[in-house]
Design a protein around this ligand. Sequence first.
Ligand SMILES: [Cu+2]
Length: 125
Amino acid sequence: MKRTFPALRANPTSSLALAALLILGLGLALAISQARPAMAQHDHGHGAEPARVYSVEAVVEAVDSVRQAVTLRHGPIPQVGWEAMTMPFRVDDPALLEGLAPGDGIVADIRFQGQDYSIIDLEKR
Ligand SMILES: [Cu+2]
């Protein structure tokens, strides 16, 4: 009576398992090769990630000239996954805060790059 090693026996099940293993290995190799560039793209805006600008309607809650910032109660910004909320924003140009007061309704253009965001322009409604 001959003995065959189970692993060497060719049957559909083991071929399938081998194919699955190869695909898994390939997928893993791909994941590893892509891990570094993907991380480089998420280095908090100092890399090559493109800036995006979105306009949002908001109401001014507070103006802080010293910190060059404004607190806004703003509508949702679905492009960046933001719900409507109240939060402070840095403004790129301090002149944007001139004549601005709590209660003013505005449209703010917010520039997003990586983890950074700031108001690049605003207009009273
Ligand atoms: Cu917000």
